[in-house]
Design a protein around this ligand. Structure first.
Ligand code: PLP
Length: 404
C-alpha cells in the first residue's frame, strides 16, 4: 500500500511554510528533498565515523572505507550493474558526462568521428562534447523530434555512418518529460557496433533502471535528484570500455605507483576517482537508494504516473494553456506556458502562493529553439507529491491567469 501522506512524514521540509502558506514543492527535476534517513546518515557519519577512506590503517578509516565501498555495492544493485568495478563515483551527472567525453574522447575518437545526441539534451550532454571539439575535430549529429516531443526513430537510424563512434542521449527529458525508447536506441546503435551513453539524471529517480537489461554501455545519474545528498553522482560504464579509457584527473587514489619517470594507474573504478571522494555523501546516496528500493521503484513510478496523468488532464482545462511535451511515454515533468504571460512572471507569482516551480530554459537552449520559445514554467513531481498539490498548482495558475 503506497501511503503518500505517511511517506511525507519522512521529509521534514515538506511541513514548512513559505509566505505563510504551506509549501508546495514542484521543483523536483532540479533537486529533490531528503528523507530523514539520508540526513541522519550524514550527521551520524560525521559525528561518529569520519576519517579519510582507503588510505588509513586505523579503525575509523577502515570503517569509513567499508561504508563507502558498501555504498558502491548498493549503487551496483540499484542499477543492476555486473560489478562494482563499473561504478565510478562522481560529483553528479555533469561530472559523469565530462569524464565520459574527456576519457572516451581520448581513447576512441579522432578527427572527423561522429557522436549522436538528441535535440532534447541537457547542456551537460552537449557542452562536454563541444569542449572535446577544441582538441579533436569531432562532429555532433542531432536526432530530431516531432511536435509531441518524441524522437524520430527513422531519422535516428539515418544518422549512422562508418564514422559514428558513440550515441549519447537522455533517458528522460528534463523539459518534456519524454521517456525515450533507450532500449531500442541502444539496440539500433549496437547493430552498427556503436556504444551508447545514457543520461539518467531524470529517469533514475522515477522509473526502475536496469543497465544490463538496457544493455547501456554508460549510464550517468545524480544523487541529489534521487533524494540523496548534493555533490555525489555516478558514472556506470562497461568494464571493457573503462579499462581502455585513460584517467580523467590525476592525483591521489587513482595511482598504483608514482615516480618522476613513470606513474602506473590504479584498478577500476579507482582509476577514475582522483582525490578524496565525498565518502559521507556516498553513504547518504546509498541510504536514499535503499529508501527508494524499500518503497519499490515500480510503486514510485505508478504513483508519479498517476500524478502526471491527473495533472495533464487538469492543466489542459486551463484557458490558454500550452503544454510542451505530449509524448505517449511521459514522466513526471510538465512544462507549460499560459496565454502570453511570461514564464518568469508566472513562476514568481506562483512562488508567492507557496508553489515552487522552475522557470527558464532548463539548461536546454537548443530544445527551446526547436520549440520556438525562450523558456517555460516547469512543474516536476516526486514520490511525495499529492493530487492536492496539483490542485493547488492549477488553482494558482488560474489565479495568475485572471490577474493578467
Ligand atoms: N541531465 C539532465 C537530463 C538533467 O535534468 C540534469 C539536471 O537538471 C543534468 C543532466 C545535470 O545534473 P547535475 O546538475 O546534477 O550534474
Amino acid at each position: 500500500m503506497y501511503d503518500v501522506y505517511k511517506i511525507r512524514e519522512d521529509f521534514p521540509i515538506l511541513g514548512r511554510e513559505v509566505y505563510k502558506r504551506p509549501l508546495v514543492y514542484l521543483d523536483n527535476g532540479a533537486t529533490t528533498q531528503k528523507p530523514r534517513v539520508v540526513v541522519d546518515s550524514l550527521v551520524n557519519e560525521y559525528y561518529s565515523v569520519n576519517a579519510n577512506v582507503h588510505r588509513g590503517v586505523h579503525f575509523l578509516s577502515q570503517q569509513a572505507t567499508e561504508l563507502h565501498e558498501a555504498s558502491r555495492e548498493t549503487v551496483r544493485r540499484f542499477i543492476n550493474a555486473r560489478s562494482i568495478s563499473e561504478i565510478i563515483f562522481t560529483r553528479g551527472t555533469t561530472e559523469s558526462m565530462n569524464l565520459l567525453a574527456y576519457s572516451f574522447g581520448e581513447a576512441f575518437l579522432k578527427d572527423g568521428d561522429e557522436v549522436i545526441v538528441s535535440v532534447m539534451e541537457h547542456h551537460s550532454n552537449i557542452v562536454p562534447w563541444q569542449l572535446l571539439q577544441s582538441r579533436k575535430n569531432i562532429v555532433l549529429k542531432v536526432i530530431p523530434m516531432n511536435d509531441k516531443g518524441e524522437l524520430l526513430m527513422d531519422e535516428y537510424k539515418a544518422l549512422f555512418t562508418e564514422k559514428t563512434k558513440l550515441v549519447s542521449v537522455a533517458h528522460v527529458s528534463n523539459v518534456l518529460g519524454t521517456i525515450n525508447p533507450v532500449k531500442e536506441i541502444i539496440k539500433i546503435a549496437h547493430g552498427h557496433g556503436v556504444p551508447v551513453a545514457i543520461d539518467g539524471a531524470q529517469s533514475t529517480p522515477h522509473i526502475p533502471v536496469d543497465v544490463q537489461d538496457l544493455d547501456a554501455d554508460f549510464f550517468a545519474f545524480s544523487g541529489h535528484k534521487i533524494y540523496g545528498p548534493t555533490g555525489v553522482g555516478v558514472l556506470y560504464g562497461k568494464e571493457d570500455f573503462l579499462e581502455k579509457m585513460p584517467p580523467y584527473q590525476g592525483g591521489g587514489e587513482m595511482i598504483q605507483n608514482v615516480s618522476f619517470e613513470k606513474t602506473t594507474f590504479n584498478d577500476l573504478p579507482f582509476k577514475f576517482e582522483a582525490g578524496t571522494p565525498d565518502y559521507v555523501a556516498t553513504t547518504g546516496l546509498a541510504k536514499a537508494l535503499d529508501y527508494c528500493s524499500a518503497l519499490g521503484m515500480e510503486n514510485i513510478a505508478a504513483h508519479e504516473q498517476e500524478l502526471t496523468r491527473y495533472a495533464m488532464e487538469r492543466m489542459h482545462q486551463i484557458e490558454g494553456m500550452r503544454i510542451f511535451g505530449e509524448a505517449k511515454e511521459k514522466d513526471a515533468v510538465i512544462s507549460f506556458l499560459v496565454g502570453d504571460i511570461h514564464h518568469l512572471d508566472l513562476g514568481t507569482l506562483l512562488d508567492r502562493l507557496g508553489i515552487a516551480v522552475r522557470t527558464g530554459h532548463h539548461c536546454a537552449e537548443p530544445l527551446m529553439r526547436r520549440l520556438g520559445i525562450e523558456g517555460t514554467v516547469r512543474a516536476s513531481f516526486a514520490l511525495y507529491n499529492t493530487k492536492e498539490e496539483i490542485d493547488a498548482l492549477v488553482a494558482g495558475i488560474e489565479r495568475v491567469r485572471k490577474m493578467f
